[in-house]
Design a protein around this ligand. Structure first.
Ligand code: FAD
Length: 289
């Protein structure tokens, strides 16, 4: 099923993100994670891929398994380190596997390479265009409520986002954020410039202090003082931090749904149990939303 149809049909959707293993040997464990995630009956499950395309074989395998478990699958596809021929080959593999949804991404730039290399991709919008021309896929894109970390300005970033949507995105998923007002401002600004695509709000339950430092450094996501206090107070006590992280994400989601946001995407870091606890906390809220 196309995610665009699903977003039209349902009032509130909840989706889950998983990542593939780096080595084939670990695929068995990844299958167990997919089975557990699919058991939660999310609206769809997305599977990430490495920026250099290094895990693309495992992304394909994991997405195929998502489908076998009866869930709608979304495969992430990065283009920055791939040739057009490689991308075409991957699109053919996804089509042959019956995967209908692609999140078209640029991927982070490799630190040691010139950019762009001749014949390669510079921006996700090129991949969106190419995937659209290939045909048969519902295409999503990434967006950044605080602006992409390497964008010249917030305005420039949302202008590029508009171009990416016009190239053929049917929905957008946000980078994680910890202050809902940032998302509300972003939605206001993109609607104002004519981007009216559905936006799924990316929520990460932070249950471990060490996980967050690296992510923040790479993404530039800001942490509101209320959240920093939680990290400071409970970061050294794993069980308390887990409870606080789930409660914080739950509260964020309740506020989002109360304010009319209809798509919630949970970054589970391959721990579907976290999503299970959140979904349990909001089971009636999802139906009422
Ligand atoms: P783009 O949309 O191409 O934007 C990248 C930058 O280029 C932005 O600063 C933008 O403003 C600028 N730009 C765009 N078009 C132009 C233009 N025409 N001229 C000048 N500047 C332009 N990474 C992975 O490696 N694997 C994943 O699976 C993955 N999944 C993700 C899922 C989500 C929901 C999100 C939010 C991010 C994900 N990422 C993933 C990270 C993402 O690949 C990086 O943030 C990357 O740096 C940007 O990718 P993009 O697709 O947003 O790029």
């Amino acid at each position: 099923m196309f995610i665009s149809e699903l977003l039209r049909e349902r009032r509130v959707t909840v989706s889950i993100e998983l990542f593939p293993p780096r080595q084939d040997a670990r695929l068995e464990g990844a299958r167990a994670v997919v089975t557990e995630a699919a058991g939660l009956a999310p609206d769809f499950i997305s599977v990430t891929c490495g920026a250099s395309g290094g895990t693309s074989g495992n992304t394909l395998e994991m997405t195929r398994f998502v489908k076998q478990c009866g869930a709608v699958a979304l495969a992430h596809l990065t283009c920055v380190s791939s040739s057009r021929q490689e991308i075409r080959g991957l699109l053919e593999s996804y089509r042959d596997a019956g995967i209908e949804n692609i999140l078209a991404l640029r991927g982070d730039l490799p630190a040691d390479a010139d950019f762009p290399l001749p014949g390669q991709y510079s921006y996700a919008s090129e991949l969106v265009k190419e995937t659209r021309a290939f045909g048969g896929f519902c295409i999503g894109g990434a967006c950044y409520p605080e602006g992409h970390i390497s964008a010249a300005s917030f305005e420039a970033d949302i202008r590029h986002l508009k171009g990416k949507v016009e190239a053929g995105c049917s929905f957008l998923t946000t980078q994680m954020f910890f202050d809902n007002n940032i998302l509300y401002r972003f939605l206001y600004r993109i609607r104002d410039i004519g981007v009216d695509t559905p936006v799924l709000a990316g929520i990460m339950p932070v249950t471990n202090r060490s996980q967050i430092g690296r992510i923040i450094k790479l993404s530039g996501t800001s942490l509101p003082p209320r959240f920093v206090n939680i990290l400071d107070k409970f970061g050294g006590q794993p069980e308390a931090m887990r409870q606080a992280g789930i409660a914080y994400a739950t509260e964020q989601i309740i506020d989002l749904i109360a304010n009319g946001v209809r798509g919630i995407h949970i970054y589970t870091m391959n721990k579907p149990a976290l999503a299970a606890e959140i979904l349990n906390n909001i089971s009636h809220i999802i139906k009422a939303g």
